[in-house]
Design a protein around this ligand. Structure first.
Ligand SMILES: Cc1ncc(COP(=O)(O)O)c(C=O)c1O
Length: 373
């Protein structure tokens, strides 16, 4: 009889989906991990033009088109002053595939991967699919990840640790000092730092910094994507960058698992990356305004919430029974323990909805909090 692999039996469908299924059809959805803005016109038009010109019907090079990888490299230079060479980039099917090929290429069965808890659900699942041992580490009170905690968790069997700033599900942004420390840990312990920077442009206070800037070895691999920055989640376009030898290994996984990222999406992404960036600025300003509305509302309800400095999530501490009560009353939020054991007692609220909707949801959350206290 055909059996299933041990690796696949180690993972289950994300708890987030269960929450969506439990909610009614006209519920207010504060559970979504995607911006509620349209993809910029110039990106959409570039894809349409490429399709009409017959330029999107064939495989591209496995790594992605030269011009897309140049556009990605250009953004690292323009935004962070980092030298990334186009040949050191692989365009992928979103940040998700980038994380997958990075872990497949670096983790052996039985090796550990250290990542934040609460943290993005894929770190645990992709580690298991690579045959590795997930090693979640708790966060500081402000929901940032302490480099000391990471360093303490590293053993001889550690293959990699994941840094995610700005972070899902917390909205936390690591300080430049923390980022420098992560780079030092990668260098000194000779472990891979997998830096998931898909929210790099959505920062309200402080600035986005990458461990790539500080590392003296090639032990940092960075994952990026158009998904959040340009509201392009459906286009499935991300990338991974690293040194020659690392890119060559990740490319082996990508080549056989994916061949290349979707050609039309590569055209759209190139236009998004090289075109005017005002849509990004406008979206970030809108998110910041909503973040403030949400924080004020949560404070009025009496829910303690570390101030998120980026992404579009907030993670307040909530009383027992709060999440179920809120969902019963027609607002979807995600229970914190969907993101790891240490997420228990928190809820993730995504504010990818307009201010009016957010205010209506806050009212319902206030009633729910009162009902369960
Ligand atoms: C932290 C983080 N990394 C990676 C991803 C994957 O993004 P993509 O849609 O580009 O695959 C997400 C999506 O929610 C995310 O939150």
């Amino acid at each position: 009889m055909t059996e299933f692999s041990h690796r696949v039996e180690q993972v289950s469908i994300s708890g987030i989906r269960e929450v969506f299924e439990a909610a009614g059809e006209d519920a207010i959805n504060l559970g979504l991990g995607q911006p509620d803005f349209p993809t910029p016109d110039h990106a959409r038009e570039a894809a349409i033009e490429a399709i009409e010109a017959g330029e999107a019907g064939a495989y591209t090079s496995n790594k992605g088109t030269e011009s897309l990888r140049e556009a990605i490299a250009h953004r690292y230079d323009a935004d962070q002053g980092l030298d990334v060479y186009p040949e050191h980039v692989v365009a992928t099917a979103g940040g998700s595939e980038a994380l997958h090929i990075a872990l497949e290429a670096h983790v052996d069965p039985g090796q550990e991967v250290v990542f934040p808890d609460p943290g993005f659900v894929s770190y645990d699942a992709l580690t298991r699919l690579a045959g590795g041992d997930p090693t979640p580490v708790p966060l500081r009170e402000d929901l940032t990840m302490d480099p000391t905690t990471v360093e303490d968790a590293i053993t001889e069997d550690t293959a990699a640790f994941v840094v995610n700033s700005p972070a899902n599900p917390t909205g936390a942004v690591q300080s430049p000092d923390d980022i420098r420390e992560f780079a030092r840990i990668a260098d000194e312990h000779d472990v891979l730092c997998l830096s998931d920077e898909v929210y790099e442009h959505i920062v309200f206070e402080g600035e986005h910094r990458s461990p790539l800037e500080f590392a003296r070895t090639d032990n940092v691999v960075v994952v990026g994507a158009c998904s959040k920055t340009y509201s392009m989640t459906g286009w499935r376009l991300g990338w991974v960058t690293g040194s020659n030898r690392r890119i060559e290994r990740m490319l082996r996984v990508h080549q056989y698992g994916q061949a290349c990222a979707t050609a039309a999406s590569q055209h759209a992404a190139e236009a998004a990356l090289t075109g005017p960036q005002d849509a990004v600025d406008e979206m970030v300003a809108a998110f910041e305004e909503r973040r403030d509305v949400l924080l004020d509302g949560l404070a009025d309800i009496g829910l303690e919430c570390p101030t998120p400095h980026g992404a579009f999530y907030a993670m307040p501490k909530v009383p027992a029974g709060f999440v179920d009560e809120v969902i019963d009353r027609g607002v979807i939020v995600v229970p914190g323990d969907a993101f790891g054991e240490h997420g228990e007692g928190y809820a993730r609220i995504s504010y990818a909805v307009d201010v009016e909707t957010l205010k209506a949801a806050l009212e319902i959350m206030g009633d729910a909090a009162e009902a369960v206290r």
